[in-house]
Design a protein around this ligand. Structure first.
Ligand SMILES: [Zn+2]
Length: 295
């Protein structure tokens, strides 16, 4: 039975989030979403579509959907999709252009317990999926991806920005910021900000794969910031950039707040190399700390 379609628009700063609910068919008025969006000043720099509650698109719905993506793409710089469900992932794998030029920020990956058959949807970012997850019933690491992960991830191959890590870099020195922005913008999808508060705002708005922070900043220090990153983006890689290792470094590392330390001054090339090395070593999206070393 079809579930009525509904949508909710939430605007904040330069981002606009549209939560989509229910089924999309030939009767769904997606054009109403667009006209609503264009009322009061337009969508801003980014539109994020939250698809977590979107149930199904029938074949006519698919057509209106791709047209809808094209249409909203005309009114903003970036369209992102969040919480793509398994049903929609299957459709994205079969239907050409299902995702248009949208960037997939996160999608659900099905896991099943090998002992009790319990099922779980893991919210994944990027290609890395955890080998195993804790089963809530068995209380053991007995859940594995249900099916063939590389087939399931076919849709990521054609996605724009694929392979590009989303990096947030925080430094209070203007010169360093320009240097990192220029040196890394073709390597990563990078945002460079100057202080604690700007970084916290950025973390609340985007899902970064990597957060690199200077230690000394006016107000709170880099350890505090990486602590916030750990809570909001638990699977992110967190690197501290510092001229002098802080006294509480060991504690911060043991608590999983900091994965790696880089000594200042560091060049963009050095930061890039270190990020790639740590990502390769740990994998993204894994439970922090206990990721096995890949050989
Ligand atoms: Zn189980």
């Amino acid at each position: 039975m079809a579930v009525a379609f509904a949508f909710h628009i939430r605007k904040g700063g330069n981002e606009c989030e549209i939560a989509l609910v229910g089924d999309i068919s030939e009767h769904t008025r997606l054009d109403e979403v667009v006209s609503m969006l264009l009322r009061d000043g337009g969508p801003g720099k980014q539109i994020t579509l939250d698809c977590g509650e979107l149930r199904r698109l029938n074949s006519f719905g698919c057509r209106s959907w791709t047209q809808f993506l094209q249409e909203i793409g005309k009114h903003t710089k970036r369209v992102a999709i969040r919480r793509l469900t398994p049903t929609l992932v299957q459709q994205a794998n079969m239907v050409t252009d299902f995702l248009g030029s949208a960037v997939v920020e996160s999608y659900y990956a099905p896991y099943v317990c090998s002992r009790c058959d319990a099922e779980h949807l893991y919210l994944a970012r990027g290609r890395q999926l955890p080998e195993e997850l804790d089963c809530p019933g068995c209380r053991l690491r007995t859940m594995r991806f249900d099916g063939d992960a590389s087939l399931y991830q076919t849709f990521l191959l054609s996605a724009p920005g694929d392979g590009r890590l989303r990096v947030l870099l925080v430094d209070d020195e203007g010169f360093s910021r320009s240097m990192f922005r220029l040196g890394l913008r073709t390597r990563f999808e990078i945002d460079v900000v100057e202080g604690y508060q700007q970084a916290v705002d950025a973390i609340r708005q985007r899902e970064y794969d990597v957060v690199v922070s200077d230690y000394r900043m006016p107000g709170q220090h880099g350890g505090d910031l990486l602590g916030v990153a750990m809570r909001w983006l638990p699977s992110s890689l967190r690197i501290l950039l510092t001229a002098f290792p802080p006294e509480d470094l060991e504690q911060l590392q043991q608590a999983g707040v900091i994965h790696a330390v880089m000594h200042k001054p560091a060049s963009p090339a050095e930061v890039e190399a270190r990020v790639r090395e740590e990502i390769d070593r740990r994998g993204l999206g894994r439970a922090r700390g206990d990721a096995p070393v890949r050989t």
